[in-house]
Write a new protein. Structure first.
Length: 212
């Protein structure tokens, strides 16, 4: 006769595997999956982890994301503003790291400088399409030849819903629908078709257009 099954113990924190789930129109939800298909929210897991050891600034370099790391994620890109505490930390970090500090962001270079108050010389902006090195030298890619068409199409799509925001970054364009989660599927379809160049052969983008 078999006895009761032994209680399954969660593996130690070192065996957790980090995953990232993105719910359209919502904030990204970070969770950790463990063997057996279980999942644990970041908030639940971190209380089990020991505090990280202090970094030796002489032996490391920091490459930091902006939104969601140095700054909170906001409903609209323009809602993220400078923060005196963050600026003070960056002012102290830069010399302590001997220049080994860089920020990588999807924002434009001007927007990154606005939020960080110019305290980080080395920035990879617009997802690396424009980079400023530690000496202040700019390295930029030319815009895609179809970028203007994409901007025009996304603006036409967004005109019907005030919750849709088109962000023209000069070298790329972003469509934000955090304030219009009901348009998530239509926005995704519109962007996919623009990328594939199929919209003229099917139908114009519109907020009422969902996946087919």
């Amino acid at each position: 006769m078999r006895g009761p099954a032994p209680e399954r113990q969660a593996p130690p924190p070192s065996s957790f595997r980090l995953a990232l789930r993105v719910d359209r129109g919502c904030d990204p939800v970070r969770f950790f999956s463990i063997p057996g298909g279980e999942a644990m929210a970041t908030e639940d897991l971190t209380i089990q982890l020991p505090a990280p050891k202090p970094l030796s600034l002489a032996d490391c370099a920091l490459f930091l994301d902006l939104d969601g790391t140095l700054a909170p994620i906001a409903a609209r890109p323009q809602d993220v503003r400078p923060d005196p505490r963050r600026t003070s930390i960056l002012e102290r970090l830069a010399p302590a790291l001997g220049g080994r500090l860089a920020v990588i962001t999807g924002r434009t270079l001007a927007d990154a400088d606005r939020i960080l108050e110019g305290r980080v010389p080395a920035v990879a902006a617009v997802h690396g399409l424009i980079r400023r090195d530690g000496e202040g030298v700019l390295h930029a890619k030319p815009p895609h030849p179809r970028l203007e068409d994409a901007v025009e199409a996304l603006r036409a799509f967004a005109a019907a819903d005030s919750g849709l925001i088109v962000e023209d970054k000069g070298l790329s364009v972003a469509l934000h629908f955090r304030l219009a989660p009901r348009q998530a599927e239509a926005a995704s379809c519109c962007c996919r078709c623009r990328r594939a160049g199929r919209e003229r052969r099917t139908r114009p983008c519109s907020p009422s257009w969902g996946p087919r």
